[in-house]
Design a protein around this ligand. Structure first.
Ligand SMILES: Nc1ncnc2c1ncn2[C@@H]1O[C@H](COP(=O)(O)OP(=O)(O)OP(=O)(O)O)[C@@H](O)[C@H]1O
Ligand SMILES: [Mg+2]
Length: 275
């Protein structure tokens, strides 16, 4: 669905997925498995959209398609109205943050971020300033010269978020980025993420298993059904929950309950807890 912008013109979504269907297996006698079927999702520039759903329903598969890591699927996927490859050719950048930091162990924090800047073809004379800026945003300035194994899990994840933002991505994908962290660290990182987002206004598509986290971060939360053939069953809009966000905001707590109820309705399970 295209939404008219304020001036009445049709806006082209940043990410547009239509009727996406992805099957695994079927080769050399392996069992065919329709992971997702009929996924429609449009994300506007600068929007933050969360995806929740039962384990194995196809959330990571969807992110992989948007990242261009998965090309064998049916349906239409465009970025700003163009097929994925065309955007990449014109310097369009997509960053991906995973559950674990995935830093290169033989490079320092600065070295890891520089590595990403080099791969994204930023000129070497800009690297120092760019690294300094993102490390300040995630409060890791003092640790620029540390190796990943000298950092805690939360610090490593902050470094990986800094690396993602350093390349000024047009789209940031995150797959359960805070689920391996304790709740206090995760809360702090979610705040940091929103602070960085307000500076860059990057379009963010993320996966979470935590209704409160998804509600805290997102403009919209999409709830998927159980597979096979999982799809997006419900959208919970966070309209009315003001930014900057606070965990104590009653409207946020109510929205989070609505997300849990949607998960209960569509996962076929009744024991989903509010976390
Ligand atoms: N490379 C693959 N080969 C075969 N099947 C796969 C492959 N990748 C994913 N699948 C299957 O596709 C389905 C969706 O997987 P996916 O990893 O996208 O789920 P998910 O929603 O991210 O789950 P989780 O919440 O546990 O991370 C699962 O049934 C999984 O077994
Ligand atoms: Mg997954």
């Amino acid at each position: 669905m295209r939404r008219p912008s304020h001036d009445g013109k049709q806006r082209v979504p940043q990410i547009d997925l239509k009727r996406i269907r992805k099957e695994f297996g079927g080769k050399r006698g392996t069992r065919r498995w329709t992971a997702i079927n009929g996924v429609d999702l449009s994300v506007e520039v600068g929007e933050i959209v969360g995806i929740l759903g039962p384990s194995g329903c196809g959330k990571s598969t969807l992110l992989n398609i948007v990242a261009g890591l998965e090309s064998d699927y049916d349906g239409e996927f465009t970025i700003q109205g163009k097929a994925f490859g065309q955007q990449i050719a014109s310097g369009f950048r997509v960053a991906y943050v995973f559950q674990e930091a995935r830093l290169l162990p033989w490079k320092t924090v600065r070295g890891n971020i520089e590595f990403a800047l080099k791969a994204a073809q930023f000129p070497a004379n800009e690297w120092r300033d760019r690294v300094d800026r993102v490390l300040e945003l995630v409060e890791l300035t003092r640790f620029a010269g540390f190796y990943p194994q000298q950092l805690s899990g939360g610090m490593q994840q902050r470094a990986s978020i800094a690396r993602a933002f350093a390349i000024e991505p047009d789209i940031l994908l995150m797959d359960e980025p805070f689920s391996a962290l304790d709740e206090m660290t995760a809360q702090h990182l979610r705040q940091s993420l929103l602070k960085i987002w307000s500076a860059f206004r990057t379009t963010i598509l993320f996966v979470s298993h935590n209704a409160m986290e998804a509600s805290f971060l997102a403009d919209r939360v999409m709830v998927m059904s159980q597979g096979p053939g999982a799809t997006i069953r419900e959208e919970v809009s966070m309209a009315g929950v003001t930014r900057p966000r606070s965990y104590d905001d009653n409207s946020l707590i109510e929205k989070s309950k609505a997300v849990v109820n949607a998960l209960r309705r569509h996962s076929g399970r009744s024991e989903v807890a509010l976390v």
